[in-house]
Structure formats: C-alpha cells, structure tokens
Design a protein around this ligand. Sequence first.
Ligand code: ZN
Length: 277
Amino acid sequence: MIDFHCHLDLFPSPSAAADEVERSGIYALSVTTTPKAFPKTTMIAKGRKRIRTALGLHPQLAHERHGEVGLFVRLLGETGYVGEVGLDGGDGFAEHMGVQKDVFDRILRACSDAGGKVMSIHSRHASAEVLDALARQPGAGLPILHWFSGPTAHARRAAEMGAWFSVGLPMLRSRRAAALVALLPRDRVLTETDAPFASTTGGQYPSSALSDAVVCLARLWDADVEATRRQLNGNLRTLTETTVAIRRPTFDLHGGRPPLVRLGRAASPGRVDASNG
Ligand SMILES: [Zn+2]
C-alpha cells in the first residue's frame, strides 16, 4: 500500500508510527511542515527502506515561517521530495495569501533551479492560484495535488497540466468524490492518509485507512480491489522511474538492484495545529 502524504513527525510517537508503516509494507512519503523540522524528521526514516522524507513549508505556517525559505533552499539538495507546500485560501489564512504566494513562488523557483522535485501540494480554497503558480514554473518538477478539493474545472485543468493526485478517505467519502475521481487520470493517482490530521484515532498510524481508501477507490473506478491495488502500485513504479529520469533519489522498489534508468519523461485538508522544530 501507498501513503503518499503523511506527517510521521507529528504523531505522538513518530517511531511507533514508522514501525507500523514498515510492518504493514507501506511505501510512505513523510512530509514536513517547516524546514526546521526536516533534519529531525529524516531520522525517523533512517534505515527504513519504504519511507522517504519530503522538505516542506506548510502554507498555513508561511506567514510565521517565511524566514525559513533560506533554510529550505539550503536543505533542498538533500531530498528528491518536497512537501507539504502550496497555498491555503481558507478562513484564517486567506489574509496571508500575499506572503503565501511569495513563499510558494520562491520554493517552486528553487525546485526548478535544482532540476525538479516530486512535490506534494496543498491547494485548499486556492486551487486556481496553485495551478497558476505551477504554470509559471514548469521546471519545478512533478506536482502531486494532495487532498484536492477544488472545483471540477480546476481538477480537469490540473490533469491537463500533467499533475498527479493523492487521495484519502475523507476525499473519497465526500459527496463530490465520484465527480472528482472520474476526472483524475487513473495512472496518476496515489493514496494518502494525511495522518495524524486525518484518518487517525488514538494516535496510532492508520493502516486500515489506506486499505479502506483502496476499497473506496475501487468502487468509484468500478474495478475490483486487487486490480485497483495493482494500478496504484504500478503508478508508484512509474513515478519512481520518472524521478530516476530526473536523477533524483527514489524508493527502493527494485529489491536492492539499481533501478532501470529510463530516458523519456523529461528528465480539503484541515488546519495545521502543530509543527515540530
Ligand atoms: Zn498534510
């Protein structure tokens, strides 16, 4: 199974959450909300083959943490993955849209200068602004829209721009799920939990939320669960081969053998209450 957006560092016990990820054979992208949290969060993934750590600066924290963009740029060479980044136009955050846009633009420019990254992107109540920013920096890398909740027209535009999508239970159970999911290219969808902000009870890592998400997705795709699982695993493989193509570190899906290098493809979330670091 795949959890392409979770906050392992924000669990009451990050190491217990990481143990559960390993035990369940989950490939996880552990995103961070501030650059300061990144070095410590990479330690959670140390020695764990299926967990990768993304460097982030969460849009809900941008007005407080914009001073860390310099640190973000300095740390960027240490990872192929960026997240959680993006824009948030929801209550309490729309008034900081100016500084959010400035931070997001600088992050995308840095990703572009670095040759492109795989990016997990937040776009709550700001999907048009996020897509505009991505369009201004086409070299920033591969955008994966996390928990997309914008209008269907924006989902269509994102898909046309080549974006990927990570989907979790709250999104898949929403009233609009069927209409949205129908627009997402099946070969560019991954699952996520956004835990511990979503899907979590009692501070445990929610493995069952991922299997439930696969079941929901299968229903929406009118496919059987096993075929859905195969599609998702194939998508992750494609993604990692794409990352290899842009010479980035990748998940070890190849049993220790060096991955095949391919040319080809150019080389609504809740509120963030806590943040380590
Ligand atoms: Zn998140």
